[in-house]
Design a protein around this ligand. Sequence first.
Ligand SMILES: [Zn+2]
Length: 290
Amino acid sequence: MLVADAHVHFFSHHFFELLAAQKPGLTLEAMQAKLEWQFPPAEPEKLAEAWARELDRHGVDRAALIASLPGDFESVAAAVHAHPDRFFAFAMVNPNTWKPETFSDIRVACLFPAMHGYSVHDPLVEPVLQWAAEGHRAIFVHCGALSVGIRKKLGLPSPFDLRFSNPIDLHAVAARYPQVPFIVPHFGAGYFREALMLADLCPNVYLDTSSSNRWMRYQESHMDLRQVFRHALDVVGPKRLLFGSDSSYYPRGWHYQIFEEQATALYELGVSLADARAIFSENLVRILAA
Ligand SMILES: [Zn+2]
């Protein structure tokens, strides 16, 4: 079975430089010591090569690479240029500072309204939506609980505002752009019910299954991954779920445990091979096909 991962963070060298610039005195060396991660080579093409080998090792066919700070879009663009059949370029956008002309190689703009303090209804988001509509691109909108592990580890402030994180906010926007696929990661990251409502009402909304889904502990009654998938399959169906791992750093590399847990949950639910194929690769490839 082919696997296409809808959620891999591309922590490039430039990404770490941008992070370092956010805190006076924070150097790359200090970061390296604190994180105990393997730092990427300076050239994004080399990191892309490492990811290609890592995916080969796990039998993963394709992956979305997410530039995880505004200003790092060139790194994923370079990665995709080096491996056009392998990677999809996703990039975080801050609509306050965004320039569409720099985004020609990007397929998916990733909005983090709670991180950058705006509502998806704000007119400043409109150019991003237009860019997606005109170029057959997609929009990823992070909803729900937002905590960025690397910021915590480095002691960087995270003045986020969860008032802007409800999937319900996306309803009118997604309805206005029915031709644009909207991807909500982590099943709504705590807003599971709202994410299902949104996806039920808007056929252009997709849910990504990525990460350990720790939001399950917010549910009133205990929920495990199997129940999450069963409920999501009931409401949204198999054609709008996108497998994602939320892999990011080395030496961990591709987070295969996430794949194993999710594949096990779907197997235990008795999901057909056709539906598993859709979730693990075909849906992502279909919505991002040029
Ligand atoms: Zn992520």
